[in-house]
Ligand binder design. Sequence first.
Ligand SMILES: Cc1cc2nc3c(=O)[nH]c(=O)nc-3n(C[C@H](O)[C@H](O)[C@H](O)COP(=O)(O)O)c2cc1C
Length: 196
Amino acid sequence: MAHRILVLYGSYRSDRKGIRLADYVVAGLGKRGDDVELIDAKAVGLPMLDRMYKDAAPGSAPPAMESLAAKVRGADAFVFVTGEYNWGMQPGLKNLTDHFLEEWFWRPAAIVSYSAGRIAGARSGMIWHGTLSEMGMVVISSTLAVGPIEQVLNAQAQPLGDLGLRLDRDFVRFADDLAWWTEAAKMQRARKPPPY
Ligand SMILES: Cc1cc2nc3c(=O)[nH]c(=O)nc-3n(C[C@H](O)[C@H](O)[C@H](O)COP(=O)(O)O)c2cc1C
């Protein structure tokens, strides 16, 4: 059965490169039969938020936040595509993520990091790991670390050369692991509905 998966990406830069990786992940999961949607923080266009979704009076959250809340609640799993700015997180994705909480609970999350260099955003991936755990997601141990991003994927999100081949190979195991945890969490939610 198709899993409903959100792929979240959060660079606001005009020349952003990580969108290639987000598109690659969306296409790869889609080919496996999942029902996948890209949540591009820049396109969602939330302002710098000043209140958690749950603390907003019914109907008073920004419309984009309201529709995103429904998507997060309805998803079976999440993939966070995370770039690295000065060894840290990209603020657009953090702003979008932080202002939900219970909406994320009881589902697995996977981290796909990237950067312009060979460290491939690993430092930001590590930071996201703790954050997503704190927010009630089960972070799977399989990750993808992609770099230098422009040597791995072209502007059409197609794999390039040996590094691209390697990404294609690693993606299979990554997606298999995510599917396993997605299914496990889905079965458990059906067997024992979450208390909150
Ligand atoms: C403000 C800023 C800080 C950056 N800091 C890092 C860094 O700490 N480590 C790294 O590997 N690359 C760093 N880079 C390079 C990024 O990995 C590269 O620009 C990447 O394409 C950013 O993702 P984006 O294009 O999707 O915005 C930085 C880039 C910017 C714009």
